[in-house]
Design a binder for this molecule. Structure first.
Ligand code: AMP
Ligand code: GLY
Length: 423
């Protein structure tokens, strides 16, 4: 079959790497892709929000199956558009992708169906938000309602910070329209775990757990980023946590969406916080995490196309979802200055070191081809992933492999997976 993947980051490189291995796939396309994806798929120069062009390409090329990797096109309704044109598509429709697209929606859903999450209030009026904040307990969390590249969350320690944050979100529109509404949420503490799942709208199957490192600097200092590295599985995701989440969170979310007439088919990413009162949902995403996909998918032993087709067809209960009994660590190599200001166009050397290296992966994120040279083209450039028998072994191998490649301004965190030492 002919498969089209929409997106062009490290997550889509990980998805394409799995799809390229599927015996079902004769021809793999990726729009827009990147320099790494170009080695295993035909990259098509169409942006993820150019729906007319994407649909036209899919129809004229005879695409049998489309996989939407990114949040923006899902929330914008690309799946609906593809399906209207007769293209089978993996990823939730617009009315279900709202689970990620609106934090106010997801909070209301959790409240209505009794799914554990932080206490909160929704606001669409700045003055009401200010009145509420003046009598609230600090620290407190402010969240722009809509998509904001993972940056629309402000943790405020004082009332002054909270008032300034509310102004930035709701009046100054720092995150654009995402800030027309705002969620004000109780501050929680605990360890964070990312749990990805496949669902066909009825059945939900959980993938192996992972943990992301969102801050730019070592020891979780600095600005929030899209994610600077991950490890999988998370040793803190114990059988007890798993049991609780299966009873109170996972199936409950799928059933709640179905009850609302918003059947969700695709990947639900549960961002969990393991608080002293038990696991609570921090956020939902309607797609694989990035860079969670880069540590979870290399450990999956199923044919990814089989699993995704089962999600679309409503036959996921027939799938035995399996992961290798090992571990993986991904260290992101970023451009100096990310996530604020950074340069592009720097030549990347050493990539060939990963060719045919069993257990090592160099997932491209912000890269492109420039006259046969691979150059940097974004804040997050590469995701260096290694598998090992244990998390410690995987981490040692991933860090060893970060030295194989180089580019001007190469920046990484040195403590990805450090928490492993605590156990
Ligand atoms: P979100 O995009 O909702 O996952 O938020 C981004 C990050 O902000 C999370 O990964 C947490 O580290 C932090 N965060 C979000 N909500 C809360 C909360 N209620 N309490 C404490 N930290 C939070
Ligand atoms: N790594 C977090 C995310 O993909 O949203």
């Amino acid at each position: 079959m002919k498969v089209l993947v929409v997106g062009g980051g490290g997550r889509e490189h990980a998805i394409c790497t799995c799809a390229a291995k599927s015996p079902k796939v004769d021809k793999l396309y990726c729009a827009p892709g990147n320099a790494g994806i170009a080695k295993i798929a035909t990259c098509v120069n169409i942006g993820p929000m150019e729906f007319d062009k994407l649909v036209e390409f899919a129809v004229s090329e005879g695409i049998d199956f489309c996989i939407v990797g990114m949040d923006d096109p899902l929330v914008g309704g690309l799946t609906d558009r593809m399906e209207e044109a007769g293209i089978r598509t993996f990823g939730p429709k617009k009315n279900a992708a709202i689970l990620e697209g609106s934090k106010a929606f997801s909070k209301e859903l959790m409240k209505k169906y009794g799914i554990p999450t932080a206490a909160y209030e929704n606001f669409d009026n700045y003055d009401d938000a200010v009145t509420y904040l003046k009598s609230a307990k600090m620290p407190i969390v402010l969240k722009a309602d809509g998509l904001a590249l993972g940056k629309g969350v402000l943790i405020c320690n004082t009332l002054d910070e909270a008032l300034a944050g509310a102004k930035e979100i709701m009046l100054d529109k720092k995150f654009g329209d995402a800030g027309s509404k705002m969620v004000i949420e109780e501050f929680m503490t605990g360890r964070e775990v990312s749990v990805l799942s496949f669902t066909d709208g009825k059945t939900i199957k959980i993938m192996t757990s992972a943990q992301d490192h969102k801050r730019a600097g070592d020891n979780d200092i600095g600005l929030n980023t899209g994610g600077m590295g991950t490890f999988s599985p998370s040793p803190f995701y114990t059988d007890e946590v798993d049991k609780f989440c299966k009873e109170h969170i996972y199936q409950a979310t799928v059933d709640a969406m179905a009850s609302e007439g918003r059947t969700f088919k695709g990947v639900i990413f549960f961002g969990l916080m393991l608080t002293k009162d038990g696991p609570k949902v921090l956020e939902y995403n309607a797609r694989f995490g990035d860079p969670e996909a880069q540590v979870v998918l290399p450990r999956m032993t199923n044919d990814i196309i089989d699993v995704m087709e089962a999600c679309v067809d409503g036959t996921l209960s027939d799938i035995d979802l399996r992961f290798e009994d090992n571990a993986a660590v991904c260290v992101v190599l970023a451009s100096a200055g990310y996530p604020v200001k950074y340069e592009k166009g720097k030549t990347i050397t050493g990539l060939e070191a990963f060719d045919n290296k069993e257990g090592y992966y160099c997932f491209h994120a912000g890269t492109k081809l420039d006259n046969n040279n691979v150059v940097t083209n974004g804040g997050r450039v590469l995701g260096i992933t290694a598998k090992g028998n244990t998390l410690k072994e995987a981490r040692a191998k991933a860090y060893e492999a970060t030295a194989w490649v180089d580019f001007d301004g190469k920046y990484m965190r040195n403590d990805i997976g450090k928490a492993i030492d605590e156990i």
